[in-house]
Design a protein around this ligand. Structure first.
Ligand code: NAP
Length: 295
């Protein structure tokens, strides 16, 4: 079976064209969208993500500021920084790069973010708004997957979407977005305590996988003609690569590719869409700042 390769790189480039036009309109009004990223500690994986966000902001003409903070900062000091960002008119949106050091209460930190600047869409108010279908922002990764499906012409109405994984940043919001009116899917979520994961994955018309286990999904776990969205990003050893490692998804691409009707690759699939949704959210926050009367 020939399959459609759902390229997050191509789809995000299409969306960046639209984002650039919105940024130009904001600039005509004297507004340059501003993103701040707060990085506590020096987690190497987080540093890679932060750099790619900075690069993308620069390309698009979004003002970006990365605030590096030592991991021995107290929770109160971080809350004071958040209070400052909430009131800084040059920063339309910001995010706290996770994970935070163990001595911090992540929920308390996220709850302190002004929901109108919460471009990661992690604040409970924004999560609730998304659930009732009245969102300000889309959560970056599930919002990116939604766009991949829409822009690839993959019809979700009445389709059975199985989401593997139930994390707060991917699995749960993914399921919430897919049951909204407009997407109209029938959704099943499976996780590590599900009795027989394959029994469910084999029923999926569309399978979204966010487990964090390299090559977890094999051909015998999917049905013929399924659409596969692979959220997983796993670095595995590869002596043949100059770096000695390479990125693979949660889906064994080579094993499943002859059985699927469409599939997103890793890299070049969900990853670029996640950053793209974040950029979209920053521009949206800047647009909202006009509506609410503050620059
Ligand atoms: P996570 O918080 O570790 O969640 C993993 C989920 O998988 C959990 O719900 C877990 O179930 C479930 N799980 C684990 N083993 C399972 C099994 N054998 N069968 C069924 N479910 C199982 O991870 P995450 O943050 O959602 O991320 C998942 C993957 O996506 C990671 O590789 C991550 O790097 C990647 N990711 C990529 C992007 C991107 O932009 N491309 C963004 C975010 C995440 P329990 O809840 O029962 O433990």
């Amino acid at each position: 079976m020939s399959y459609l390769l759902i390229s997050g790189t191509d789809i995000s480039n299409q969306i960046y064209g639209e984002i650039r036009e919105r940024i130009a309109k904001l600039k005509e009004k004297g507004i340059i969208p501003g993103l701040a990223v707060v990085m506590v500690g020096d987690d190497p994986a987080s540093q890679v993500y932060v750099k790619s966000k900075e690069r993308k902001c620069k390309e698009l003409g979004i003002r970006s500021e990365t605030i590096y903070i030592s991991d021995n900062i107290t929770e109160e000091q971080l809350l004071a920084k958040i209070k400052y960002l909430n009131s800084d008119p040059m920063i339309h949106g910001y995010l706290i790069q996770l994970p935070l050091p163990d001595h911090m209460d992540t929920d308390r930190i996220i709850n302190a973010i002004d929901p109108k600047k919460d471009v990661d869409c992690f604040h409970p108010e924004n999560v609730g708004r998304m659930l009732v279908g009245d969102h300000i922002f889309y959560p970056a990764t599930p919002g990116g997957v939604r766009q991949m499906l829409l822009r690839s012409g993959i019809d979700t109405e009445g389709k059975h979407i199985v989401v593997v994984g139930r994390s707060n940043i991917v699995g749960k919001p993914m399921a919430a977005l897919m049951i909204q009116k407009g997407m109209d899917a029938t959704v099943t979520v499976v996780h590590s305590k599900s009795k027989d994961v394959s029994e469910f994955t084999r029923q999926a018309d569309i399978l979204v996988v966010a487990v964090g286990k390299p090559n977890f999904i094999k051909a015998d776990m999917i049905k013929e003609g399924a659409v596969i969205i692979d959220v997983g990003t796993n670095r595995i050893e590869d002596p043949t690569s100059p770096k000695g490692t390479r990125l693979v998804g949660d889906v064994d691409f080579e094993d499943v590719k002859d059985k699927v009707s469409a599939i997103s690759p890793v890299p070049g699939g969900v990853g670029p869409m996640t950053i793209c949704t974040l950029m979209d959210n920053v521009v949206r926050a800047a647009e909202l700042s006009i509506e609410s009367g503050s620059k």
